[in-house]
Ligand binder design. Structure first.
Ligand code: ADP
Ligand code: MG
Length: 238
C-alpha cells in the first residue's frame, strides 16, 4: 500500500509563508504531478512529505498513519533529486545498494535487488563504473535505481529531467511512466514543465504561491481550468 494524505500543510521560513495550507489525498498506485512556477513551494512540499523538513503546521499521513515524527528512513519513501545526489567515490552498484546496507539488509538480498533494478533500468553493464564515467541520463537512471531497490511505498521525483537534454528528457520520462505501470507504485512527481505534467499524470495538482489552484485529470484541467492562472499554465485555449 502507498496512500498519502496531506492535511492543511503550512510552512514558513521566518516571516515568509511558503506553503499556505495544502490539502491532498493520493490513492495507492496513483501518479500525481505537482506543477507550478519556480519558487511556488514544490520542493519544500516534497521535502516535508519525505521528512527532510518539518511543516510549520499540518499533518502528513502515509497509509493513514501520522508521520510528523517518523524519521525519513522509516517512512517507506524514496526520493529522486534533480541533481542525482550520487556519491562520486562509489560504484553504481554501491550507490544503488548503500541505503539498503545502512538499513542492515543482508548482502545477498542487496545483490538480488540491485540486479533486478539494474536490469529494469538497463544498467547491468555499468555496475562497476563510478558516476563520473556515466552520462547525465545514466546517472539519473542510477538515482532512480537507488530509489527502486528500497521498494518504497511512495516515490518522490523532484524535477528529475531538468538537467537532461531534450532527447534524454523524453526517454527518461517514458522510463518513469513504464516503471509506474510495471510496479503499480504510488508516485509524486514535481515539475514546472506542462508537457511533462500532461503526459505523465493520473492527476495534476496546480500549485501557485503556496496554494493549490486546482486538482484534476490532465484533460479536466485543460478543458475546464478553474481560473486564468490554471488556463495559462496548462495551456488551455480559454
Ligand atoms: P520550487 O521547488 O517550487 O521552485 P521551493 O520549495 O524550492 O520552490 O521554494 C519555495 C520558496 O521557499 C522560495 O521562495 C525559496 O526561496 C524559499 N525557501 C526554500 N527553502 C528555504 C529555506 N531553507 N530557507 C528560506 N527560504 C527557503
Ligand atoms: Mg524545486
Amino acid at each position: 500500500m502507498g496512500t498519502l494524505k496531506l492535511e492543511n500543510i503550512r510552512k514558513s521560513f521566518g516571516s515568509v509563508d511558503v506553503l499556505k495550507g495544502i490539502g491532498l489525498d493520493v490513492k495507492d498506485g496513483e501518479l500525481v504531478v505537482f506543477v507550478g512556477p519556480s519558487g511556488c513551494g514544490k520542493s519544500t512540499l516534497l521535502r516535508i512529505i519525505a521528512g527532510l523538513e518539518g511543516a510549520t503546521s499540518g499533518e502528513v499521513l502515509i497509509d493513514g498513519a501520522a508521520s510528523g515524527h517518523v524519521p525519513p528512513a522509516k517512512r517507506g519513501i524514496a526520493m529522486v533529486f534533480q541533481t542525482y545526489a550520487l556519491y562520486p567515490h562509489l560504484t553504481v552498484r554501491d550507490n544503488m545498494g548503500l541505503g539498503l546496507k545502512q538499513a542492515g539488509t543482508p548482502a545477498a538480498e542487496i545483490t538480488a535487488r540491485v540486479a533486478k533494478a539494474s536490469s529494469m533500468l538497463s544498467l547491468d553493464q555499468y555496475l562497476a563504473r563510478r558516476p563520473a564515467e556515466l552520462s547525465g541520463g545514466q546517472r539519473q537512471r542510477v538515482a532512480i535505481g537507488r530509489a527502486l531497490v528500497r521498494e518504497p511505498k511512495l516515490f518522490l521525483f523532484d524535477e528529475p529531467l531538468s538537467n537532461l537534454d531534450a532527447a534524454l528528457r523524453v526517454n527518461t520520462r517514458l522510463e518513469i511512466a513504464r516503471l509506474h505501470r510495471e510496479l503499480s507504485a504510488t508516485m509524486i512527481y514535481v515539475t514546472h514543465d506542462q508537457v511533462e505534467a500532461m503526459t505523465l499524470a493520473d492527476r495534476i495538482v496546480v500549485l501557485n504561491n503556496g496554494r493549490v489552484e486546482q486538482v484534476g485529470a490532465p484533460m479536466e484541467l485543460y478543458n475546464s481550468p478553474a481560473n486564468l492562472f490554471v488556463a495559462g499554465f496548462i495551456g488551455s485555449p480559454k
